[in-house]
Every structure is written in C-alpha cells, then in structure tokens.
Design a protein around this ligand. Structure first.
Ligand code: SAH
Length: 372
C-alpha cells in the first residue's frame, strides 16, 4: 500500500476523540447554544449521551427511549443522583426517565420536549418503522429542534473492514444525497428547516467523501401553541417506564429548608466566633471588659460592605449570644437562597433556636466552651 495513503488511512480510522464522543459533543454544544429545558434521546442505548447531558445546567427534564430494555438497563444506574447531589442540592430541578418502546409508536410521555436527538438511530429502523418515524418525531412530538445523525456510506471505503454496512444491525446506510433528500422532504412536510453538517472529517484530498457521520439539524419554523399541541394528541400510553430519578433540588421546599438551616447556623457561628474572640481579647483586663461593647467593628472585616444598623448588631446577654436574623439575612448566600426575609423566618421556624421575640438566633456560650 502506498505510504501516503497508509498514513491517511491510519489517521482517519482512529478518530480522536472517538467518533461516538464527537457525536455526543456535537449534541452537547447544541444544548449549550440553544439551552433547551427538556431533551429526549431516542435510541438512547446505554444512556451515555443522557449521562453527559445531565451535567448541562439548563436541562430540567431528560428522557431516553430505546426498543431494547436490556441495553438501557446496563448502565442506567449512572443516571441516579449521587450522595453529593443530596449534600449540595442544585438550584435547578432535574428528572431523568427511561422508557422502553419504539419510535414507530406515539406516547404522550414524549410531548413537550424542546430538543429530540436521534443519534445513529434511523439506520436501525426497518422500512415500515422508518416510514412512521417522521410522523412520530416531527408530527407528534414536534420539538423545536431535532438532531438526526446517521452513517455516510460514501465514507465507508475509507474505513477498514467495512464490507456492506458498519454494523450488522444496520438496515441501510445512506450517501449524502440520499440522507439530504429524505431530510429535506421530511422538513418540508412538517414545517422545519434543516441544515447539514457532520463529524469525522475526511482526510485531505478526500473531501468529496464528506463527514464520516452525517448530521441534520432541524429547526421548527413556527412556534407551537400549548393548546393546539395537547388537544389533538392521543393520551394512551404505550411505552413502559423502566427508570425514573428525581434529583434533589432547592426548588423542592424540603431541600431548600435544609440548605437554609445549615447556612443560617454556619453564618451565625462565624459571627459568634468573631464576637467571642473580641470579647476574650478584652476579657483579661477587667477595666476594659466592663467597657466592652460588642459592635459590628469586631467582624467588620468579614462583613465587608454590610449596611450596619443598630438592630443588626449581635449582642451578649448572660450566657447567651444573639445574632439578629436581619444580619444573617444580609449575607449573600442566605439572601439568595431565601429571597425574602419572611421566607427566611418561615423556613427556620421551629428548626433553629431563636430569641423570645424571634428576631435573633440564640447560642449558649457555655455550650460552646464545653465543646472547645
Ligand atoms: N444513540 C446511541 C446508540 C445508537 S445504536 C449512541 O449515540 O451511541 C441504535 C439504538 O437504537 C439501539 O440501542 C437500538 O436498540 C435502538 N433502536 C432500534 N430500533 C429502535 C426503535 N424502533 N425504537 C427505539 N429504539 C430503537
């Protein structure tokens, strides 16, 4: 074999990163560009793309569909929340669901998605299913964006060992003209526009072969109104749900409350420590101690630009130290979590020890010393 050709050959057969990763990265880039909230991956196989997408912070609903339940089940546990997700719940909500079923059938659980991805799926469909596919995806699901990728058969001669198709389960592989005419006709029928691109560049001098994987990005031309979508859609469920994970989120009051309580106690402790260390500084000198007036000065370095009002000053009384809730609320993290002072009061009610009028967090100094 000619040395030049051999070099090109090795270069293209070893795509870096691997081609499946390039396809998934293509989808991820699209998600980052269009920021869809609800994404469905059809023919999701071992859920790799879904796993990658769960880290995209714009996504709140992720769904996978595959005709083979076993392949989905293999790695579906990777879609479950981790301990860290419970320790630090995210601000966004995220639900991931896997369905067992065929893209040739309509199911209401596939309605309302912004982006639908079909990565290396269509070439696995038998002719009758391929015929039904556009009506299900573009007519019924009708998301704003559909991404379809499929092998480009013109690239096959550049791949070693490919005789007819790249995979034994492929029912066909289209050249660029075949894919583009199918895609343009589908787009025309369902009022979408389509743009063609791909991943897996051909080697220099062989540009005519096109990308190894050809991709069509379909964008719906007209927005759908909620009522028109739902009213005429069937409601009978035909898919079987095989997995569902609801991630802990600060949108859920239960997790928000935990996060606020921890942050309030943490903030109050910091303020208290500053106050106490200042107090101890004065403590060895009885004369100075009698003059000790805890004020915001003792931790002003920490509080930065905090607006200081008289009723925001922490104070000591007997064996208790009081940290006004107004002070705690002015800390950015507490403020952001709660939104309003009323919400802060509501969330910590009964969970944090407060002064009798409920305006300050109360700590016992003795307890603190025992701990030390
Ligand atoms: N999208 C995956 C894998 C594609 S392989 C990736 O990016 O790597 C094609 C997948 O489509 C297989 O898992 C196969 O089980 C599934 N599939 C085949 N026919 C299907 C159908 N009619 N409905 C749904 N999924 C189907």
């Amino acid at each position: 074999m000619d040395k030049n050709f051999q070099e090109k050959f090795t270069q293209i057969t070893k795509f870096k990163p691997p081609l499946y990763k390039q396809r998934h990265q293509f989808v991820k880039d699209l998600v980052e560009k269009y920021k869809p909230k609800k994404v469905a991956d059809l023919g999701c196989a071992d859920c790799r793309l879904l796993w990658m997408l769960k880290f995209c912070s714009c996504i709140e609903v992720l769904a996978g569909l595959d005709i083979c339940a076993n392949v989905m089940k293999e790695k579906m546990h990777t879609l479950s929340p981790l301990p860290v997700d419970y320790l630090q719940p995210s601000e966004r909500s995220l639900t991931i669901t896997l369905h067992h079923g065929s893209v040739a059938h309509k199911d209401p659980c596939m309605l309302g998605f912004d982006l639908v991805t079909c990565i290396e799926l269509i070439e696995h469909l038998e002719e009758p299913d391929l015929k039904k596919f556009p009506e299900v995806v573009f007519g019924f699901m009708a998301p704003s964006i559909v991404v379809i990728s499929t092998p480009n058969s013109e690239f096959n001669p550049l791949l070693p060992g490919v005789m007819l198709y790249r995979h034994p389960d492929h029912k066909f592989e289209w050249n660029q003209a075949q894919f583009q005419s199918w895609a343009l006709e589908t787009a025309r029928c369902y009022d979408y526009s389509v743009e063609f691109t791909g991943v897996g560049h051909p080697p220099t001098g062989m540009e005519k072969a096109g990308f190894c994987t050809q991709i069509g990005v379909f964008i719906r031309k007209y927005p759908q109104t909620g009522e028109s979508v739902q009213s005429e859609k069937p409601t009978e469920a035909v898919y079987k749900t095989v997995f569902k994970a609801v991630y802990p989120s600060l949108k859920d009051e239960k997790y928000l409350q935990n996060a606020v309580i921890s942050e309030v106690i943490f903030t109050a402790q910091i303020i208290k420590h500053r106050l106490m260390s200042k107090h101890e500084e004065y403590g060895n000198d009885p004369e100075r101690k009698s003059k000790f007036q805890p004020s915001m000065d003792c931790f002003s370095d920490y509080l930065g630009n905090l607006v200081v009002e008289k009723n925001m000053e922490p104070f000591l009384s007997g064996n208790e130290v009081y940290i006004p809730l107004a002070t705690i609320f002015s800390f950015p993290k507490v403020n952001r979590l709660c939104g309003t002072f009323e919400k802060l009061c509501k969330l910590i009610a009964g969970k944090v020890t407060l002064s009798s009028d409920g305006s300050a967090v109360m700590f016992s100094i003795e307890c603190e010393n025992e701990d030390d």
